[in-house]
Design a protein around this ligand. Structure first.
Ligand SMILES: N[C@@H](CCC(=O)N[C@@H](CS)C(=O)NCC(=O)O)C(=O)O
Length: 206
């Protein structure tokens, strides 16, 4: 049987979606969380000098969305048709754009840079959420199943629901206009395997 080893820093960050794909699929994996001090030694051995990366069957795969997409295809969580897969990918890419737009806020929020976090929350985070959660809500409403694409959960539901949960914890007011996205987060995080993962995963600030 394939042994999957997912390597990343000891945070949720860019590896959490892959971890949740394993959880939802009921697939065992090695959740290798590397302390920051060990990273300089590891960095030159990775495909692009960054984490996360996934190892299995003598192979190494980097880039979080490539990992997510690969695992989702393996476990039937990528979308039911070629077009659904493409829709899922488009939402994931939009989510990546959203994270880039919010980056100045997250850098200060996470303590990696200096700045006025409240100002950034109002002037950077809130407008990005207003724009992108508007798009996501439209998909949700048009799809009608409670999931973003198709009739069951895909990896992009996991990706976006985790971000929604983080916003609800740290900046809930930015989601005031998005009750459907809050219901989506509840629905995704109530899937039994995901609920179990959330209850048992290591507690980290982000
Ligand atoms: N586009 C990449 C970005 C990966 C990335 O930014 N990784 C960061 C941690 S979130 C990293 O490895 N930083 C350490 C470094 O660059 O040396 C992905 O989505 O996997």
């Amino acid at each position: 049987m394939t042994h999957y080893k997912l390597t990343y820093f000891p945070i949720r960050g860019a590896a959490e979606c892959a971890r949740q794909i394993f959880a939802l699929a009921g697939q065992e994996f090695e959740d290798n969380r590397v302390p920051r001090e060990q990273w300089p030694t590891l960095k030159p051995t990775t495909p692009f000098g960054q984490m996360p990366y996934l190892e299995f069957d003598g192979k190494k795969l980097a880039q979080s969305h490539a990992i997510n997409r690969y695992l989702a295809r393996q476990f039937g969580l990528a979308g039911a048709t070629a077009f659904d897969e493409a829709l899922v990918d488009s939402l994931a890419d939009q989510m990546k754009d959203h994270m880039s737009e919010c980056r100045p806020y997250f850098v200060v929020f996470a303590g990696f840079g200096e700045g006025d976090v409240d100002k950034l929350r109002r002037e950077t985070l809130a407008p990005a959420v207003l724009k992108n959660y508007g798009f996501f809500t439209k998909f949700l409403k048009e799809n009608g199943s409670g999931f973003l694409v198709g009739s069951s959960a895909t990896w992009v539901d996991l990706l976006i629901a985790q971000h929604t949960a983080d916003l609800l914890k740290n900046a809930p007011e930015v989601l005031d206009a998005f009750p459907e996205m809050k219901a989506h987060q509840q629905k995704v995080h109530s899937l039994p395997n995901i609920k179990k993962w959330l209850e048992n995963r290591p507690e980290t600030p982000f």
